[in-house]
Write a protein that binds this ligand. Structure first.
Ligand code: G3I
Length: 399
């Protein structure tokens, strides 16, 4: 039986280029978006474009992670299903990725569904899989306004603070040395300019009577592990308003000496989102302080370009494209993925890029903002690499 992660010979020859620095430079230089054909010798006739490999071409082992090995780790968000022994997903993860994130298994409702009782087993299994397969683990998330049991918000402000700090201390200590970064605080920034802006008016904001809970979380995490990288993580940093509010908060945390190592950009985007806007989100934080890192934490590219009303009240959403991804949308998506990864590779403080899922069938976007098949990732439902995979790993691939 042919293993999908073994190579077809004709493709291997073309991909040799990618295993060295020259290949990476070529990928970076292609800049995405433009022609991916090789540059013709000056004054000569352009060489014919190489044949386009079939989308189901099986890439060489390690191609994805090795293409970017001098730039950033490449991750996928997964759950227990993806690590089942002998599964195709586990095979792909071990052969193509260098990092994983628990999509749900390290959230408060998964780790501590009842107060004082920890349920680490499923997360520990994920970490054991990672360690057995040379994958690093990105921790997600210590504090969020969702996926958190109600008991976290019971009692006085001081009781809530002590409970949160105990939870973070226990969890960070449990995973100490096995996780390279934590999303300490997730989605604490408001979507608009309401009364609590730049902070989200959340259960945490209300319980603490303001944004102090952010300090509590970062300080507890740092006290429990002086080495793990601590991140504030949010979505829509590609939008100017949200980005400006996050900048305000990060500047304030830094000014007050709150232990923060980096900014996580979720990058749940649509095909209509420009790569330039995503890069503007990253660049807003570059040089904010020496050593600050950016991570792309939850990348996916919806093949629908919905208006705001679709997210607000499920009206105006684009109709389903059906059970097969139309070729034109696959190409448009692949172009966007190429532009993004090319720009990511050019940014030295971007150290981790994680896709929010491995295969299209497992994506949360099949049911958000409405039920509708979506195709936002780089592996399809048959576990074959998509055009998007080829676009980011092969600069000569003609989209
Ligand atoms: O595990 C239960 C299962 O026992 C039960 O039968 C089933 C019934 O609905 O629910 C299952 O839990 C669901 C869980 O995903 C696992 O599938 C939850 O209801 C559902 O709310 C949960 O959704 C996750 C969501 O975060 C909330 O935690 C999504 O999978 C996950 O992709 C999403 O991820 C978030 C990031 O953490 C933060 N950024 C946005 C991103 C997308 O919303």
């Amino acid at each position: 039986m042919v293993n999908k992660n073994q190579l077809q010979l004709t493709y291997r020859d073309r991909l040799k280029l990618l295993t060295g620095a020259a290949g990476l430079a070529a990928l970076t230089a292609c800049g995405g978006g433009g022609s991916s054909s090789p540059t013709p010798p000056s004054g000569g006739t352009p060489p014919p474009a190489p044949p386009t490999p079939p989308v189901s071409t099986t890439p060489v082992d390690g191609l994805l992670r090795d293409t970017f090995r001098n730039n950033f780790v490449v991750g996928a968000a997964i759950g227990s299903a993806q690590i089942a022994e002998g599964s195709e997903d586990a095979d792909i993860l071990s052969k193509q990725f260098s990092s994983i994130t628990a999509e749900n298994l390290m959230k408060p409702d998964a780790l501590a569904p009842t107060e004082g009782t920890y349920t680490f087993e499923a997360a520990d299994a994920l970490i054991a899989f990672a360690e057995a397969n040379n994958l690093q683990v990105r921790g997600h998330t210590l504090l969020w306004y969702r996926a958190t049991p109600d008991y976290f918000f019971e009692g006085t402000r001081e009781e809530i603070k002590a409970r949160l700090q105990k939870y973070i201390t226990d969890v960070v200590t449990h995973f100490k040395g096995r996780v390279y970064a934590w999303d300490v605080v997730n989605e604490a920034i408001s979507d608009g300019d309401g009364p609590t802006a730049p902070y989200r008016d959340s259960n945490w904001y209300q319980a603490a009577g303001g944004p102090d809970y952010i300090d509590w979380a970062f300080e507890a995490a740092r006290a429990a592990d002086p080495d793990v990288k601590l991140f504030i993580n949010d979505y829509n940093t590609e939008l100017a308003g949200k980005r400006a509010r996050l900048v305000t908060v990060v500047e304030d945390l830094i000014a007050r000496g709150i232990p923060l190592d980096g900014v996580g950009h979720q990058a749940h985007i649509q095909q209509s989102t420009s790569a330039a806007d995503v890069f503007a989100g990253l660049d807003a934080f570059t040089n904010m302080f020496a050593g600050l890192e950016n991570h792309i934490t939850e990348l996916d590219i919806s093949v629908y370009s919905d208006p705001a009303s679709c997210f607000d009240n499920a009206t105006g959403c684009q109709p389903s494209v059906g059970n097969t991804l139309p070729a034109a949308r696959a190409r448009e998506q692949a172009t966007r993925y190429r532009e993004l990864f090319s720009g990511f590779a050019a940014r030295s403080n971007l150290t981790s890029v994680t896709l929010w899922g491995l295969t299209d069938d497992a994506s949360w976007l099949n049911s958000f903002p409405v039920d509708r098949p979506n195709y936002p990732l780089i592996y399809d439902r048959d576990r074959d690499p998509k055009t998007a995979f080829l676009a980011i790993t092969d600069p000569n691939y003609v989209i």
